[in-house]
Ligand binder design. Structure first.
Ligand code: ZN
Ligand code: ZN
Length: 163
């Protein structure tokens, strides 16, 4: 598959933008295209997306990148993910099966999983408050098996009483 901007898969996306009164600028088109090209399970930070854009010869600014990511998330085209790392990640919002994340707080490994019970719970809770739910995210934080087996080095305890 080539990066044809008139890819029929993008049509619903354009339609959704149009309906809400947003233009499909070349920048937004390229950004969505980059997300579509990522291997499954990739979560891009604004900085990673920005360097990808620069690599394609784009002259977009980092500020515009941030704003566009925010807008596309608000429109429900991207998912904004916060893995408690101090910066956000983004991924394409896929209509098929929403997935959730389990995150290792030690090495930041992120595993994706699907769970219909969680998805339904999100929809139900949203409906209870009369919300139109665009996304329901559940995050599980913990320590992965590798980190449990060997605690990360470089974090040696140095609380010497007699320095
Ligand atoms: Zn994900
Ligand atoms: Zn880990």
């Amino acid at each position: 598959m080539t990066g044809d901007p008139h890819d029929e898969h993008l049509e619903p996306v354009y339609e959704s933008l149009r309906k809400r009164g947003h233009r499909i600028t070349a920048q937004r088109e390229i950004i969505l295209q980059i997300f579509r090209e990522q291997p499954h399970g990739t979560h891009l930070s604004a900085e990673e997306l920005y360097s990808n854009l620069l690599g394609r010869g784009s002259t977009v600014s980092l500020a515009t990148t941030y704003r566009t990511l925010k807008l596309l998330s608000t429109l429900g085209l991207l998912r904004e993910l916060d893995f408690a790392e101090g910066h956000k990640h983004y991924e394409l919002k896929q209509d098929k099966v929403p997935h959730q994340h389990i995150i290792c707080i030690s090495c930041n490994t992120t595993i994706e999983f699907e769970d219909h019970f969680l998805e339904e719970a999100g929809q139900k809770i949203g409906a209870r408050y009369n919300f139109e739910v665009i996304d329901a995210q559940f995050k599980i934080f913990g320590t992965c098996p590798a980190c449990k087996a060997s605690p990360p080095t470089g974090r040696t305890m140095r609380h010497n009483k007699n320095p």
